[in-house]
Write a protein that binds this ligand. Structure first.
Ligand code: ZN
Length: 160
């Protein structure tokens, strides 16, 4: 088997939980550009984009284990209120962003106590089967520099 050059794919997407209205779309703005094979996409979406050509428009349903994985019910944490940006306004059910050592992380508030807050650290899309509407805008070979950096340069990618 010969080595193939990694591909850069630029595409529009609309995503929804199966049976639900769309939650996110690139169609209001610029298409997303990704370097395939770098793990920047969920596995089910990456598989769906391999071997496509510009102009392809298709829909794909990605089961949760090929998306953000199953929900882990043990992935809740009790955190002191002082770590929240607006501790007096926290309500159960809302999503807020916590600063962690790994960077900002969205969490869902499960329960608010006197001085602590229980949060759910699962990805908001964990445990959900997702439906994607995809339209490929451009497919090209990655440049040596892009392969070296592990991300796309130029349109839809990094500018540096
Ligand atoms: Zn770069």
């Amino acid at each position: 088997m010969s080595e193939t050059t990694p591909q850069v794919v630029r595409f529009h997407y609309t995503v929804s939980e199966v049976g639900q209205p769309p939650t996110e779309s690139s169609r209001d703005g610029e298409p997303l550009a990704v370097l395939l094979g770098t793990g920047s996409l969920i596995p089910g979406m990456e598989q769906a984009l391999v071997g496509r050509a510009a102009g392809d428009r298709f829909e794909v349903t990605v089961p949760c284990d090929q998306a953000y994985g199953p929900r882990d019910e043990a992935l809740t944490q009790r955190i002191p209120k002082k770590y929240f940006p607006h501790p007096d306004h926290i309500k159960a059910g809302q999503t807020t962003v916590l600063q962690t050592r790994q960077g900002p992380r969205p969490v869902k508030v499960v329960k608010v106590g006197m001085s602590v807050v229980d949060v759910d650290l699962n990805h908001p899309m964990a445990g959900k089967d997702l439906h994607f509407d995809l339209e490929v805008v451009e497919v090209r070979d990655a440049t040596a520099e892009e392969i070296d950096h592990g991300h796309v340069h130029g349109e839809g990618g990094h500018h540096h």
